[in-house]
Ligand binder design. Sequence first.
Ligand code: G5P
Length: 224
Amino acid sequence: MAKLFRAAIMGPPGSGKGTISQRIAESFGLKYLSSGHYLRDSIAANTEAGMIVRPYVDRGMLVPDHVMTRLMLPRLEQLNGHSWLLDGFPRTVAQAQALNSLYHIDMVISLNIPYATLSERLSDRWIHPASGRVYNMGFNPPQVQGKDDITGEPLIQHDDDKPEALMARLRHYKDVAKPVIDLYKSQGVLHSFSGTDTDKIWPYINSLLSTKMQMQPSEAHQTQ
Ligand code: G5P
């Protein structure tokens, strides 16, 4: 049987994980699982999981590891037999160890984006609170200013995208991510990309994945 390809993408808030993940999923036919989307969908649908995680997500705090692994690992089980890309999970060493105990990870992409760029992007970020849809007034603006494209409802800005809170979130990201990055580096699967512009970073990631997935020709060009 052809080998499956399993990857994860890491980066601070606003680094473009979601944007790049969507491009990877579309270009390479990987199943895509975003922890942030999953949590926001659960919150919007008022599920039991949503009610548990809401206080953390609303404050921009990490959901505790035991909750996160209990939510994410069963979702991955549903993707058995598929190649996949994880966005936003694992975020801590405990999560990485839980994942490693079940799966071999072939590649981890780490995005290094300067603080000033993150700050600028996130202060320009507007959200449709009910669905979690994200807009950026410069990069992907809504069709009508201040309104969600699908429902027409008003968009809001999160308190934790404001500069003081953002600085604290980024510092926290660095502390928590460093040992995860070191772990994947020691396993020889880490690839880091630096820059200020997603469109400039993307061709390098695209080319790396094209090479790696040719070496593991499983579902590389299968569409979802
Ligand atoms: P998330 O959803 O993982 P964050 O905060 O890490 O949340 P976020 O904010 O969703 O990540 P991103 O995915 O890295 O950012 O970036 P993005 O959405 O693609 O891009 C950010 C903005 O910049 C967008 O508006 C985009 O259009 C724009 N943009 C992208 N590229 C460019 C560019 O080149 N130029 C310009 N001008 N703009 C650009 O997690 C949310 C919460 O869930 C919990 C936590 O509470 C977390 O805060 N959570 C977890 N908790 C514990 N463990 C986990 N594993 C968890 N996962 C999630």
